[in-house]
Design a binder for this molecule. Structure first.
Ligand code: DAT
Ligand code: MG
Length: 143
């Protein structure tokens, strides 16, 4: 019997991605990579949910602009599944700073700096199995 090592990650298409009509492009890249979609919903997140999601960043200079930006419009939440999909989606997403993110990545191909206090970089992806479990619980408590 082969050990089951599959994992899940939480992806968010942020309000900039939603407004620019890039949700389908992001989903397409996830599917093209070969990961499975487990759950998908459109949210207009309130501060409470975002404070939980971004608890690790509380107190940082970009925290308030980040919460403001993330509550500025619809967000698509997606749970994806596949072996090493946490690392794999982070690689698809690219570096946090969209100017430095490499071409070929979601942030590198689709994002840019808009001169705001917070970087608008199209997507969020969980950064560890612990974060993924915590974040999936925040956005999809039924899973
Ligand atoms: P990531 O989304 O790559 O995991 P993060 O968790 O460190 O990055 O930060 C969350 C978001 O906050 C990030 O996607 C964009 C924004 N951000 C992070 N660091 C920033 C900074 N130094 N200046 C402006 N915005 C920042
Ligand atoms: Mg992060």
């Amino acid at each position: 019997m082969v050990a089951v090592t599959t994992e899940r990650s939480l992806v968010l298409v942020k309000p900039d991605g939603f407004r620019r009509g890039l949700t389908g492009e992001v989903i397409g890249r996830i599917e093209s990579k070969g990961y499975t979609l487990v759950a998908l919903d459109v949210f207009t997140p309130d501060r409470e949910r975002l404070a939980l999601h971004y608890a690790e960043h509380e107190g940082k200079p970009f925290y308030e602009p980040l919460v403001e930006f993330m509550s500025s419009g619809p967000v698509t939440g997606i749970v994806i599944e596949g072996q090493r999909c946490i690392e794999g989606f982070r690689a698809l997403a690219g570096a946090t700073d969209p100017t430095a993110a490499l071409p070929g990545t979601i942030r590198g191909d689709l994002g840019r700096d808009w001169g705001e206090k917070v970087q608008q970089n199209i997507v969020h992806g969980s950064d560890s199995p612990e974060s993924a479990a915590r974040e999936i619980g925040i956005w999809f408590p039924g899973l």
